[in-house]
Write a protein that binds this ligand. Sequence first.
Ligand code: EPU
Length: 444
Amino acid sequence: MEDAFIVNGGRKLTGEITLSGAKNEALKIIIASLIFDNEITIYNVPTIGDILELIALLKSLGVDVSFIGTNTLHIKPIQIKKYVVDLLHGSKMRVSFLLFAPFLARFGKARIPNPGGCRIGARPIDRQISIMRAFGIEIDYDSKTGYYEASLTKKLQAINYKFEKPSHTGTELALMFATIATGKTTITNAAQEPEIDDFIEYLAASGVKIKKNKDVITVESTGNHHVNSAKHTVSYDRNEAVTYAIFALATQGNITIKKTSSLDLKYFLDKVTEVGGNFEVLEDAIRFYYTEPFKHSSVTTAPHPGFMTDWQAPWSILMTQAVGQSIIHETVFENRFSYVSELRKLGAKIDFFEPEMKENAIYQFNGATKSFFSSTAQAIKINGPTNLHNGFLQVSDLRAGASLLIAACVARGESIVEGASIIDRGYEEIDKKLKSLGAMIKRV
Ligand code: EPU
């Protein structure tokens, strides 16, 4: 067998790990650097599958990009020669759509295939297209080729734009176009994820006048004449922090996660306290540790500052160990429960149900209609505690994958988690970090 982890579970994970750089910030900073001409060095870039894939994509465009030290990436954007993303790279990476900004800024035209990424919902790009059209960009989809084709007929001018529903990556695309455009752009109902704050910080350090007040972002720009900040350090990954916190708690262990102190984890930490989990905030770390059986909980995912959609799959593993019935209601993506069938193989008692609170407004995805809910359920009930046993688990998306690894570490006996490369897309050296915490894990 290839592309799998074999895990001998049932051990308390203890020790200390250091977080890696945030995937969802690094990917966007790398792409944004292409709207500027000068070279940039980016520190704390995680060597994960998604970043390596993006680097391969940029190289295919002629960009000179390489690691010049551990987690230190150097980019010379000026050599970019192409404005077409090939199907092989584009179909694997959802963020490839963000390349519309540098392509249009440099060449006035761009061709990018319908983007890929984790299959956690329909993941349309209508919000990105609508903001591009608002900027006056012509963009059409050619169903014969599967490509979006965009062109600029005149220089971009600033706009006032309101997202009907927020979009994390859509907001970052909007900010890049606002940087390229001339004048003062105002984006309302922008996404408020911390990674966007880091993105704003990067643009500001590159000379863009940019201000954020809750969900309103204003950008004053003179067009594409900025010089980027020449260096940027990626923040640590809050999703990785939450994943290892749950490795600690669910295995009844004790893990100190270094570099967590500056991260915005308030909502998660409050939930940990509510279920009886323990943590201690240290100078530049948080230690998560187990003392008593967990209480059940109810979580509804939401955009920042709520309980992140990326945390619900790992949380479900913790709740298989909690006493009573827990509820998880997913409102951000419409297909983020792929792990449920896998957890059932280990003996987890999980049922889907339709939550009563079903107003369209709370759902971030499009088409949250009555007929949609008649064919799918966006919530699960977990009855615990369960003594999970070993099994063969198949990974379908990144966060589900990391969660199945947690489950395999909790479960007694030998489990196989197939789909290691999907987990590697977002977690740097996960097997090495887990081994250092006492996990018996082998890559095959
Ligand atoms: N949506 C649309 N149309 C659009 C854009 C979004 O319908 O044009 C829908 C999405 O399908 C989703 C909802 O709106 O149901 C929210 O999507 P959003 O655009 O905010 O998310 P994203 O930018 O696609 C990023 C992260 C996700 C993270 C979410 C929420 C990256 C590369 N991805 O996705 O991270 O869960 O924001 O914070 O930044 C992950 O790391 O595993 C991951 C999925």
